[in-house]
Structures are given as C-alpha cells and as structure tokens.
Ligand binder design. Structure first.
Ligand code: ADP
Length: 205
C-alpha cells in the first residue's frame, strides 16, 4: 500500500464521524467500517456465530442464528471475562475482514482507505495499522443534543455512553488532524473536509 493513505477516523458518539466518513467517500475515499463488520459477523449465519455457539452455548444464539445481544449484554455485565472471550472471537475476524476490504479498495484504485473505528484510541493495535489519525471533535453539549435527537435517548443515557468512551483529551492527544465540528453547517463541514483532503491522498480541488 505504498502510495495509499490509511486514514484512521474516530470521534466520540455524535461528533459527526459518520458524516465526515460520507464526505470523504464523496471525495473518493473507500470506507472500511469496523462496527458494520462486527455487526455482520454476528448477524444471522454470520462467520462468528459457530464459534460463539460453541463458546457460550446455543442459548446465546437467536432462532434466526444471530447473536442474542440482550443476553450477551447481561452476561458481560455480570461476568467481565465473557467480554474478553467474545472479543477473542470477534477481534481477529474483524481484523481479517478489514484487511480484506482495504486490499480490495486498493486494487480498485482508491488512494485513501478510511478505517472508521469508534474505539481507535482505546485500541493500540489499530493505531499501528493507520498512517494518519483524523479526529472529529465537538463539545459534550453538542454531542448530547445531537445524539438525543438522532437516537431518541435521554440526556442521562447519552452521558453514560460518552462516559464509557475514551475521554475527549485522550482522543485529541492521539490526533494528527482534528476537525472541530460544532457551529458549522454541513456545507461548511464539507468545505473543511475538502480543504484538508490532500493530506489523505485525495484531491482538495
Ligand atoms: P457520529 O457518527 O459521530 O455518531 P453522525 O455523523 O451520525 O455522528 O452525526 C450525528 C448527528 O448530527 C447526525 O444526525 C448528523 O446528521 C448531525 N450532524 C453532524 N454534523 C453536523 C453539522 N455540522 N451540522 C448539522 N448536523 C450535523
């Protein structure tokens, strides 16, 4: 991948990370979405399901053959080692699929592959796999009001999610480039993305 920029994109919930990913895709970047890959792995008949059934039992598999997320959430809550066992199954598979999608994007001629990784800062192995880290940032108040509106959650629910993610300072400390996405219209955000696109192997024209 000599002339291809591997861009790690991250940001707290509601920062506008997915919006920035779409704007980068509009400029020709390929997007590899780690959350979507993890969801597909545990969807009905997903590649992680046989190992999940063997490790946790058929009780954790829905009649359709997907991961029973409610049951897994409850188990992980009472038994933290369950999270490690689940991650030991999922992480290598997510790693393989992200690499497969990235290679396919490169062979299709993309000059920038964006790895959309919500937990990039929490995961040192991801940091080593990217050339540049782009953090989308905004104030917690803006995060809260966006996510309340988008997901119909209460202020407290959103605060809990924010508290479970890496802190803002830590995320900003890991950034090579920061987009401050507050007080901007989507058009102004698109302009900002355009202006910095050349840093990621994309045209700024
Ligand atoms: P994330 O992926 O970081 O959780 P999203 O990109 O989904 O966040 O953005 C959260 C919500 O805020 C979405 O509904 C999105 O349309 C909206 N949003 C993001 N940036 C802006 C902006 N600059 N102006 C207006 N709305 C925005």
């Amino acid at each position: 991948m000599a002339s291809v920029v591997r861009l790690g994109l991250t940001g707290g919930i509601g920062s506008g990370k997915s919006t920035v990913a779409r704007l980068l895709a509009d400029r020709g970047a390929a997007i590899v979405d780690a959350d979507a890959i993890a969801r597909d792995l545990t969807a009905p008949g997903g590649p992680a399901m046989p190992l999940i059934a063997v490790t946790f039992g058929q009780d954790f598999v829905t009649p359709e053959g997907a991961l029973d997320r409610e049951k897994m959430r409850a188990l992980v809550y009472t038994d933290p080692s369950a999270r490690q066992r689940l991650e030991a199954i999922l992480h290598p598979l997510v790693g393989l699929e992200t690499q497969r999608q990235a290679s396919s994007a490169v062979s299709q001629g993309h000059s920038c592959v964006v790895f959309d990784i919500p937990l990039l800062v929490e995961s040192p192995s991801w940091r080593q796999k990217v050339d540049h880290v782009l953090v989308v940032d905004c104030t917690p108040d803006v995060q809260i009001s966006r996510v309340m509106a988008r997901n119909h959650l209460t202020r407290n629910d959103v605060k809990k999610i924010i508290a479970s993610q890496a802190g803002r300072e830590r995320r900003l400390g890991a950034a090579d480039t920061i987009i401050f996405n507050a007080g901007l219209s989507i058009q102004e955000l698109a302009d900002e993305v355009r202006q910095i696109s050349h840093r990621f192997g994309l045209s700024s024209a």
